[in-house]
Design a binder for this molecule. Sequence first.
Ligand SMILES: N[C@@H](CCC(=O)N[C@@H](CS)C(=O)NCC(=O)O)C(=O)O
Length: 223
Amino acid sequence: MSKKTVELFYDVVSPYTWFAFEVLLRYQNRWNINLKLRPFFLGGLNAGTGNKPPIMVPAKAKYMPIDVLRLGKYFDVPVKNPKDPVALLFTKGTLIPQRFLTAIDMTCPQFLGNVSRELWMRAWNRDEDITEPASLTQAAKLAGLSEKQIAEILPRINSNDVKERLKQTTQEALDLGAFGSPTIVAHVDGKKEWVFGSDRFPILADLLGEKWEGPLPGVSSKL
Ligand SMILES: N[C@@H](CCC(=O)N[C@@H](CS)C(=O)NCC(=O)O)C(=O)O
């Protein structure tokens, strides 16, 4: 049977998306799928839909840090809450890191997963910046890129082709009807079926005709 394509539309601003990203990487060789990582810009998606980040609702802003830590434990992802989420989400935002990921995707896609993880580690584990050139350089180095590759890729953040590609990917998500991150698309029988959230894996597995074995497939219960 030919592999079914699964696309992850993601922005490293989102801790919930980190969970979905790690789970999909764990399952990409267990399920008969071809996983495509699709960096998009959640700020642009929100502008297009009129949706607002959950943190803008005070009750959700209070609940989310607790939820995120519980989920980090459940998914076995080393997430920690940043001291100043407003800086990460709004003041600095993630246009620059998402452009950087887009540039990586366009030049050396084999590193896209590792660089994405390093950016999540910076923002959502070590509470470090992800917008300055030195921060992006550091993340790319840890992900295995050479200094020469990084020197070539960094300036591309400001190039029109990278900006356009990120816009196009965000528009593709808008055209699907997406309103948040993670958005996961399964290509099944010539149709695109999509789900929102790292809590929809049982549904995704069902759509794909695969088995959901929990967040750590192949690992017997830690209890
Ligand atoms: N229930 C989802 C929540 C994911 C979520 O809240 N994502 C945020 C970004 S961190 C978002 O895009 N939210 C849009 C919305 O809730 O409408 C999960 O567990 O993954």
